[in-house]
Design a protein around this ligand. Structure first.
Ligand SMILES: Cc1ncc(COP(=O)(O)O)c(C=O)c1O
Length: 445
């Protein structure tokens, strides 16, 4: 690719790609092009090595360039590149579902495949509504999300999500009948908590208020991320998720955990549901499922939900939903090879053994200029900085850019810097990541 800039400082070769969730003009004037990756590192188009502090985009949990995945994908492409899963099947789709069911939280052993986190979320929301209908409670259509929630960019996920910029540009084109719980970020009370914040379980009681307002008989499901990443890492206060579970049980409301970023070892267990010992009714996943190599999503469902659909004449379709690429054979091959790596290298639990070291590293940034909170859990970390007067997000963006210039890739949301490295990270690389971030923060006004 020709990286030559014109006199106007633009590069016409970069014009055609309308980049997602990107400041297109800034990027195209100062491109950050990644050309190759191996292990914990990327290399830029001009040959600089960059430590990957965010597992690509929270997905490359086993690190980059895994030849086992390449081989499995290549083999599948040459054997059978595509096969439909509408009224047909192919063996590795069933093999993958069985393998996933074995590592799933208790009872979540019915798996529906999609191609992304957004599709998984919309699938789970549709299953929840159709489930109530199937068992004779068709009036239960309301969905409850949460402020600061991120559930992808489909109309369903956007509607239950709670990030203002992801919503405000799209007018009132939201699903009707959606309400939101308050978020659980309380910096005043919980700043610099190590691990889960102690204060805030009572935020879950707000669900009782929403139920009192709408009546439980109208509510299909509550969807939350056990740990949210995109809004800048928001952790569940101790006891919060258990309380949500109790309230949902009491009122016959389904609880959906969106584990698109927490799934596949990020928090020290295969899934956050296991780490927090709270079992949802539906669980959405993607990202780490294939180590980011091939797009894929999977919705894990309690057997009782699947069984509720299995009625009527045997030759009738039970759920009118699916994607051409649901359980795409190449994605299945990538996922199976990924699971083999996770199991062989103990990556589904490695974050637990590194988390104390990680916590100390993240909290070593306490006292740096403008740092108003530090948050950590599993192999997730966040540094929250005070916004510049009248310029929210500017400091965060500067820190993100300077880190990249110094050879460290982190993720920025507003004035929060998030880190979620591949689960193969070594302690010395944790030090390098956090020390570089610390130096940059010190130098950024
Ligand atoms: C919790 C959560 N849900 C859903 C999504 C959307 O996933 P995708 O970008 O694959 O559609 C994300 C992406 O970051 C996420 O963090």
């Amino acid at each position: 690719m020709n990286a030559q800039l014109t006199a106007a400082g633009t590069n016409p070769e970069l014009d055609a790609f309308w980049m997602p969730f990107t400041a297109n003009r800034q990027f195209k004037a100062h491109p950050r092009l990644l050309a190759r990756a191996q292990g914990m590192y990327y290399w830029t188009a001009d040959g600089r090595q960059v430590l990957d502090g965010v597992a690509g985009l929270w997905c490359v949990n086993a690190g980059h360039g895994r030849s086992e995945i390449t081989e499995a994908v290549t083999k599948q492409l040459t054997t059978m590149e595509f096969a439909p899963t509408f009224q047909m099947g192919h063996p590795i789709a069933f093999e993958l579902a069985n393998r996933l069911a074995k590592i799933a939280p208790p009872g979540l052993d019915r798996i529906f495949f999609a191609n992304s986190g957004s599709e998984s979320v919309d699938t789970a929301l549709k299953i929840a509504i159709a489930y109530h209908r199937a068992r004779g409670a068709a009036q239960r259509t309301r969905l409850i999300g949460r402020e600061k929630g991120y559930h992808g960019v489909g109309f369903g996920g956007m509607s239950v999500g709670g990030m203002v910029n992801n919503r405000k540009f799209f007018g009132s084109s939201m699903l009707p009948g959606v309400d939101h719980l308050p978020h659980t970020l309380d910096i005043e009370r919980n700043a610099f908590s190590r691990g889960l914040p102690q204060w805030g379980a009572q935020f879950a009681n707000e669900l009782e208020r929403l139920i009192a307002l709408h009546d439980a008989s109208t509510i299909a499901a509550v969807i939350v991320e056990p740990v949210s990443g995109s809004a800048g890492v928001v952790l569940p206060p101790v006891g919060y998720l258990k309380r949500l579970r109790e309230i949902c049980d009491k009122h016959d409301i389904l609880l959906i955990f969106d584990e698109v970023i927490t799934g596949f070892g990020r928090v020290g267990k295969p899934f956050a549901a296991q780490a927090f010992d709270v079992t949802p009714d539906l669980m959405t996943t993607a990202k780490g499922l294939t180590n980011g190599a091939i797009p894929m999503g999977a919705v894990f469902s309690q057997r009782k939900i699947y069984d509720a659909f299995m009625q009527g004449p045997e030759n009738s379709i039970e759920l009118f939903h699916g994607y051409t690429y649901s359980a795409h054979p190449v994605a299945c091959a990538a996922a199976l090879a990924t699971l083999d790596i996770y199991v062989k290298e103990g990556l589904l639990t490695r974050a637990a053994s590194l988390s104390a070291h990680w916590e100390n590293a993240v909290h070593s940034l306490r006292g740096l200029p403008h740092v108003i909170d530090l948050r950590n859990y599993g192999l997730i970390g966040a540094v929250e900085m005070e916004p510049r007067q009248g310029k929210p997000g500017a400091r965060g963006f500067d820190v993100f850019l300077k880190c990249f210039e110094r050879g460290v890739m982190v993720r920025q949301t507003g004035d929060t810097i998030a880190m979620a490295p591949p689960l193969i990270i070594e302690p010395a690389q944790i030090e390098h990541l956090v020390e570089t971030l610390g130096q940059v923060i010190r130098e950024t006004a």
